[in-house]
Ligand binder design. Structure first.
Ligand code: MLT
Length: 388
């Protein structure tokens, strides 16, 4: 039998990170010692107190039944307290917070709440592919906002044509940025909030990397901007902060109406996150800051080592002190795909091609600093041996 795929699936390429994993598995099957600098999947273990909290919580029979659709009250309260401590933002845990089964889930589902057939969603490029995927699944049309180096990888909202602005329902932003490792200023967010209010556009901010910083300046939340709560929802995750990618736990916070609408979508399509994982999440959100400082020191060292190694090979990594990504120009004469293809075929190194994040990512590749320093050094040696 042949089954006709829906158009929305036909137009999608294979999911970027699933495709990278397929290529990695191929190489592993050939016996290659693969260095995986592809997906941003922290290699360090989840801190022990979180694992212990899960073990305790998993033994409670009351946790074995259906969880709350929007998350346990105690989890939502822990999220609100964390936002207060970290960003000095007041959130009502009953109306302005919902639990997510990882932020990817919330990001993919959110457009279903607001996007009608033919509506436009403003999506950055290069970017996490799910902003566009969720838009397409909701029947909307992604409009690409290129993030250019000369504009510090911020979208130029002033250049979006009026007829697009008129049809736009949502604008996605993501700072600290994946994949470019740029960060946004308060001024940028202030202008964005003002513009969104003027044009009645929802701001969906993905802040998954707010805790991955190596310098003195701590990234901010859009919700710190005066009036942001009138137009904005922020997606966050415990994945990157606490090395919990496999646990699937995150949150959406902000404007009450937006959070409620997302909750309505979720109530219809999923049954919430396992309570035991939420209890472990509560432990994570109350960990002392010095736990995270240790993690930041690890990424700082890795970034320094990798950036120096790439430069010594004549490559051009972008300097940054946020995220665990190194966004680097491919050598002259290569496309992103060609260069990344050479890395995996001839050096056994998996990296993400810039064009996998959208057309504007062409000319770059992304390195995830999610392997130990000695593997980064080994990767640099292998690149050197390629004699680019
Ligand atoms: C990435 O590598 O861009 C992210 O880890 C993917 C994700 O968070 O799902």
């Amino acid at each position: 039998m042949a089954f006709e795929l829906a158009q929305r699936l036909k137009v999608l390429p294979p999911y970027l990170f699933a495709e990278l994993d397929r290529r990695k598995q191929e190489k592993l099957a050939q016996g290659v010692d693969v260095i995986d600098l592809g997906v941003g999947d922290p290699d360090l273990p989840t801190p022990e107190p979180i694992v212990e909290a899960l073990c305790r919580a998993a033994k409670k029979p009351e946790n074995h039944r259906y969880p709350s659709y929007v998350g346990m009250k105690a989890y939502r309260e822990a999220v609100a307290q964390w936002y207060k401590r970290r960003f000095d933002i007041n959130l009502d845990p009953n109306r302005e917070v919902t639990a997510l089964i990882g932020s990817k889930e919330g990001i993919a589902h959110f457009p279903l709440a607001f996007v009608q057939e033919g509506d436009v969603v403003l999506c950055p490029d290069p970017a996490y592919p799910v902003y566009k995927i969720g838009t397409i699944f909701a029947g909307g049309k992604p409009y690409t906002m290129p993030l250019k180096e000369e504009n510090d990888f911020l979208p130029d909202i002033g250049s979006i044509p009026q007829e697009i602005v008129d049809k736009a329902k949502i604008i996605w932003v993501n700072y600290p940025n994946n994949p470019t490792s740029a960060d946004a200023t308060e001024d940028f967010y202030r202008d964005l909030v003002r513009w969104a209010k003027k044009h009645n556009i929802i701001v969906a901010s993905d802040n998954a990397y707010s805790e991955i910083y190596m310098g003195d300046r701590r990234p901010i939340s859009i919700l710190q901007i005066e009036g942001a709560k009138e137009v904005a929802i922020e997606f966050h995750s415990l994945s990157k902060t606490y090395n919990m990618t496999g646990w699937r736990i995150g949150m959406a916070v902000g404007n009450e109406e937006l959070v409620k609408a997302l909750g309505k979508v979720k109530t219809n399509v999923d049954s919430g996150q396992f309570n035991a994982v939420q209890e472990a999440g509560i432990t994570a959100l109350s960990l002392p800051e010095d736990e995270l400082d240790k993690l930041r020191a690890v990424y700082r060292e890795r970034r320094e080592v990798m950036t120096a190694a790439l430069k010594s090979l004549g490559l051009e990594p972008l300097e940054s002190d946020v995220t665990f990504y190194v966004w680097t120009k491919v050598p002259k004469g290569y496309t992103s795909a060609e260069f990344v293809g050479r890395l995996i075929d001839e050096a056994g190194i998996v990296c993400t091609p810039g064009n996998g994040f959208g057309e504007a990512g062409e000319g770059f590749f992304r390195i995830s600093l999610t392997v130990p320093t000695e593997r980064l050094v080994e990767a640099a040696k292998r690149i050197e041996n390629l004699k680019l």
